[in-house]
Design a protein around this ligand. Structure first.
Ligand code: TXA
Ligand code: MG
Length: 327
């Protein structure tokens, strides 16, 4: 269409970073790698740019964005940190932890970026390219995962291009993401910390740092992290855990542990959860393509332990296998 953009693929060089940074400064939409997944970044203070991110993703505008900053001092300009929040920041930043904190009333962050809420979600990514981009840009970057709303999150630049080419200005190509799962989101706006989304930092590590069990886990919380829309990460083919021990020989599997004689891909031969997390979205993308080519409508899943990163992996698989609410 006439409004299609020419989406540039920028290299992981000083020049690429400068180009990405100046696009952000002009209100552009730039996907960039983080250690978790690729984010679709924009200047968090620019209402029009933020609106552009929602439009490019087809995202419901009530679902707020995470603000990415280079250091805690930058975050303190627009959010209130309790001593507990500072301790967690100290322990886990830079890294795959997002903190939800009260938003300062005089904050320069676009209200649209935080969905009109009195709170704001913040993280300091650990990926070296993300850090260089944030330093070069010198302002807060609002970035949801760089995928069309409700689809599988992108763990490399090709995934970003497949989902968003023509709708964004550029993708800064930093190769595959090491963690492969989105950040863990911890809501610190109440007396009791609440796990709003399991993710790249295992819950057990947070509980250890907090010295207390978390109020609630993942999907069992009644919490309204709007990302808790039930159907999410939806591939074209239906994902499900098999109901019966008998399967068609040509069934496609997303396995955990040895694939054996089955067709498909395994998240980790050795049953390693960190390796499985890093492979999750890439394997989902790849199997979905394979299923489409072969006219298969379903992909079978192995069980994954509900500990450590397994909690976040199972959360994503449950959402990917949930009935669609594509409307
Ligand atoms: O690892 C990540 O977190 C990636 C990378 C790019 O940083 N980002 C990411 O963003 O996963 P997104 O937009 O796909 O998911 C952010 C989640 C959403 O579920 C949103 O509802 C929640 O964070 N969120 C953001 N601000 C919030 C707030 N103020 N209160 C509650 N939930 C919030
Ligand atoms: Mg997302």
């Amino acid at each position: 269409t006439a409004s299609e953009k020419n989406t540039f693929r920028l290299s992981a060089t000083d020049r690429g970073i400068r180009a990405a940074s100046s696009l952000l400064a002009q209100g552009g939409l730039v996907a960039f790698p983080t250690e978790t997944v690729y984010g679709l970044g924009c200047d968090a203070r620019n209402d029009r740019a933020v609106a552009g991110v929602y439009a490019a993703k087809g995202r419901p505008s009530f679902n707020p964005l995470i603000i990415h900053v280079p250091d805690t001092a930058s975050a303190e300009a627009f959010a209130d940190f309790t001593p507990r929040a500072l301790d967690l920041a100290q322990a886990f930043w830079p890294g795959p932890l997002t903190l939800i904190l009260p938003r300062k009333p005089e904050s320069s962050i676009s209200p649209l970026a935080s969905g009109g809420l009195p709170t704001v979600a913040i993280r300091i990514p650990a990926h070296p390219l993300a850090r260089k981009l944030l330093a070069a840009f010198g302002g807060p970057v609002a970035a949801p995962s760089a995928n069309p709303s409700g689809r599988i999150s992108p763990s490399n630049a090709d995934h970003v291009m497949e989902g968003l080419a023509g709708r964004i200005d550029a993708v800064l190509d930093g190769g595959p993401c090491a963690v492969g799962l989105e950040s863990t989101i911890l809501d610190l706006t109440n007396e009791t910390p609440i796990l709003a989304r399991p993710g790249g930092i295992p819950v057990e590590a947070l509980e250890k740092a907090l010295g207390t069990p978390l109020a609630a886990h993942g999907t069992s919380t009644g919490i309204t992290a709007p990302g808790q829309l039930s159907s999410h990460y939806a591939p074209g083919a239906a994902l499900h855990w098999p109901q019966s021990p008998v399967h068609p020989a040509d069934a496609l599997w997303l396995a955990f542990g040895p694939l054996g004689t089955r067709r498909g891909l395994t998240l980790s031969h050795s049953g390693d959860l960190a390796e499985a997390a890093a492979n999750l979205f890439g394997h989902m993308h790849a199997l979905d393509k394979l299923a489409a080519e072969q006219g298969q409508t379903s992909i079978l899943l192995d069980k994954i332990p509900e500990t450590g990163l397994g909690l976040a992996i199972n959360d994503r698989l449950r959402r990917a296998s949930a009935p669609r609410d594509d409307a």
